[in-house]
Design a protein around this ligand. Structure first.
Ligand code: NDP
Length: 335
């Protein structure tokens, strides 16, 4: 049976500055399943992620730019509503990378069945999805976190950051968490039990502040923001400290190239390791993550919050608001 699919596409590239809702448009098209291996899926949740900002420019990045006028791809969880496939039944819950659409028709090759449904579906886009995997790989494989270390986390009230904080706490680490609103500070302190959380927007001199709240310095800095925050953190690293470069959201929409790090001498003298990583390189290393994270969520050791906007037409607003820090935890759109 034919259906109408509504989807969001990019109207034009946005080389610099913060994207606006007017950069996107809601479109629709008729869809149907024809071939033997095809299914039709009604999305339940779609993921709204900072990396999408980098795909809104024509510049070559680690992923292709979005195609103007086409549906924006990205992670989503949905339910099979029609099937020609022997491997998928109506009602199966599946994940895809087909993005900002309410429904889609596709080959079974483009979807993956989700088996454990005792956990809320949306978690498969958060702690049990790409952002949780990023936190896990970043800490264990890239940062080689050890028990009782001191860990600084930026964008700690977001999806990756809040998972990083909780894993580090499970490792008996001392966690200092930075975020951009008092509400997020409260959540980090009172529910996620970090050792100290602060609103970076209220701090005049970050280097002095970090020295005051954590005089011994940091073994690990999990960097989600880049820019001036990274430079300040370098000043406060311990000898042989590790900086995990996960994201650079403070620079993604910047209108100038910035001046670069001015304190590389600290990297040398303290013998720091600074290492970037992309989770896409670790897709085949997810078994331990899935086992551990499923257990931790069921045991209540990993808590998660979500900021959920309702309806495919709200995806652009959710994205603009994500870049402006209006989310607590994972930003999602519910279909
Ligand atoms: P978040 O849930 O953390 O949301 C983004 C947050 O960034 C906002 O809520 C806001 O929080 C913060 N932010 C926005 N502008 C600034 C700024 N100028 N300075 C400091 N903070 C800012 O997103 P995710 O958890 O999905 O992603 C976190 C980071 O991890 C991002 O940088 C993302 O690109 C990166 N990432 C990297 C991956 C990889 O493979 N390396 C994979 C997935 C994500 P606040 O209120 O604190 O300002």
């Amino acid at each position: 049976m034919n259906e109408i699919s509504k989807y969001i596409s990019l109207k034009q590239y946005v080389p610099i500055g913060t994207p606006e809702i007017s950069n996107f448009e809601l479109k629709s098209e008729e869809i149907k399943i024809e071939n033997k291996d095809e299914v039709m899926v009604l999305n339940q949740f779609i993921s709204v992620d900072p990396y999408m900002r980098a795909r809104m420019t024509e510049k070559k990045n680690y992923k292709e730019p979005f195609k103007i006028g086409k549906a924006m791809d990205g992670l989503a969880i949905g339910k099979v509503i029609q099937t020609n496939s022997n491997n998928f039944n109506v009602g199966d819950i599946v994940s895809s990378n087909l993005g900002w659409r309410d429904k889609y028709a596709t080959s079974e090759k483009n979807i993956k069945k989700i088996i454990n449904q005792d956990i809320p579906l949306s978690a498969y886009l958060g702690p049990l999805g790409m952002t949780g995997h990023t936190a896990y790989i970043g800490l264990f494989k890239i940062g080689k976190i050890k028990e009782n270390q001191t860990v600084l986390v930026s964008s700690a009230g977001g999806s990756v950051g809040s998972t990083v904080c909780q894993i580090a706490k499970m490792m008996n680490c001392k966690v200092i968490a930075s975020t951009g609103s008092d509400k997020k500070v409260d959540w980090l302190k009172n529910e996620l039990n970090v050792d100290h959380a602060f609103n970076y927007k209220k701090i005049d001199n970050l280097v002095l502040y970090l020295k005051e709240v954590c005089p011994e310095g940091f073994d690990i800095y999990f960097d989600n923001v880049g820019g001036d925050f990274l430079e300040s953190a370098i000043f406060r690293m311990k000898n042989f400290g590790k900086i995990i470069i996960c994201g650079r959201i403070s620079q993604m929409s910047a209108t100038s190239a910035g001046s670069g790090l001015k304190n590389m001498a600290h990297v040398l003298v303290k013998r720091l390791t600074i290492r970037g990583f992309l989770i896409f390189d670790h897709e085949n290393d997810s078994d331990n993550f899935q086992q551990d994270m499923t257990k931790w969520i069921i045991e209540g050791k990993i808590k998660f919050k979500e900021t959920i906007y309702d309806g495919i037409d709200k995806a652009p607003q959710a994205f603009v608001d994500l870049l402006n820090g209006k989310n607590i935890g994972k930003m999602l759109v519910k279909i």
